[in-house]
Design a protein around this ligand. Structure first.
Ligand code: VTB
Length: 327
């Protein structure tokens, strides 16, 4: 089918993550998570209004802290078509940003209305994510060892050659022990499993698979990125206690169900953008130059699969005159 070229909304979305990163980057190492988050959210919201879309936030700041902005259900964009679901994480890695550590990014994704998984109040999800070469061979219901063997086979490697990424949390002790028994290499990360999931689809990253329990909203964002990049993620909601399990059942959530790529984001027509806030393996963080700042971003469009890396040089003197965003 030959279509006329259509618009790439991700090229508009990157301005949103750049603005959030420029605002949040000022808070690196300053020990104030809340102030950093507020700055990122405000900047993101202002620029989101300019994007040509009729958006509803499905993954927002909402549930955890009852945020006044970018809450679940909020309408964003300028109201023009297309009608889309929107997922935002103004800062993935607020803690590393506040502590002056690596790998905090700003991200946003959109997909056609009704295609994104709505996690409701259920904040944790067990995940397995891989890049394009291992798409179709993973199974979250199989053991870690079985998954590692399947991924190694698909990538024409041995299990010893594989690098797994997992959040450094006590809840993962058993999973980490199994990875060690299987002989795989392990990268323990303090935070930031959206960037880690994307790294599985990034050839130079040296990361083969992400395992473990992380945020559900982060899982949906990672699904958008991986869908666009040709990788795969599977998830299963994770209840922290009986009470959460009971509440979930009442609300119609199934904690046994495997959430496939199609459950998490049911369309290839997805757009994803991310900008580095602090330095990371995927993206460099914001560098302030005196006159302005330099950002590095990733822009992905699912329909075509094009992945762009965009370096932008921002002129603060001009932006401050033109924009309400407090850079
Ligand atoms: C992850 C990580 C986030 O939350 O999803 C994690 O990507 C999971 O929750 O950066 P816990 O920190 O409670 O383990 C973050 O660390 C922060 O939202």
């Amino acid at each position: 089918m030959n279509e006329r070229p259509t618009r790439n909304l991700a090229l508009e979305l990157v301005r949103v993550t750049e603005a959030a990163a420029l605002a949040a980057g000022r808070y690196m190492g300053r020990g104030d998570k809340e102030a950093a988050d507020r700055a990122a959210v405000e900047a993101m919201r202002l620029v989101l209004q300019t994007v040509n879309m009729d958006g509803i936030i499905v993954i927002g700041e909402g549930e955890k802290d009852q945020a006044p902005m970018l809450y679940n259900g909020e309408r964003v964009g300028n109201g023009m078509p297309p009608e889309v679901d929107v997922a935002v994480d103004p800062i993935d890695g607020t803690r590393p940003l506040a502590n002056g550590n690596l790998n905090s990014i700003s991200t946003v994704a959109i997909a056609p209305r009704g295609t994104m998984f709505n996690p409701g109040p259920f904040v944790y999800m067990n995940k397995i994510a891989v890049g394009p070469e291992a798409k179709g061979v993973i199974n979250i219901e199989a053991s870690i060892t079985e998954n590692l063997k399947a991924i190694a086979h698909a990538k024409n490697k041995s299990v010893e050659d594989l690098t797994c990424v997992i959040l450094d949390r006590p809840r993962h002790a058993e999973m980490i022990a199994e990875m060690r028994r299987a002989g795989a290499r392990i990268r323990l990360i303090p935070d930031g499993d959206v960037a880690a999931a994307i790294m599985t689809a990034w050839p130079e990253s040296g990361v083969d698979v992400l395992f473990g329990i992380g945020g559900t909203p982060e899982g949906v964002l990672a699904a958008c990125a991986l869908r666009a990049m040709g990788g795969e993620i599977q998830g299963k909601l994770y209840a922290r206690n009986e009470e959460e399990l009971r509440r979930g059942r009442e609300m119609g959530y199934d904690f046994e169900k495997v959430l496939t790529m199609d459950d998490l984001v049911a369309s290839d027509d997805v757009f994803f953008a991310a900008t580095g806030i602090t330095d990371g393996e995927l993206l460099r963080g914001v560098r302030y130059t005196g006159q302005g700042a330099i950002t590095e971003s990733l822009v992905v469009r699912g329909r075509t699969g094009t992945i762009r890396r965009i370096t932008a040089i921002h002129r603060m003197d001009k932006l401050r005159q033109l924009s309400q965003v407090r850079y």
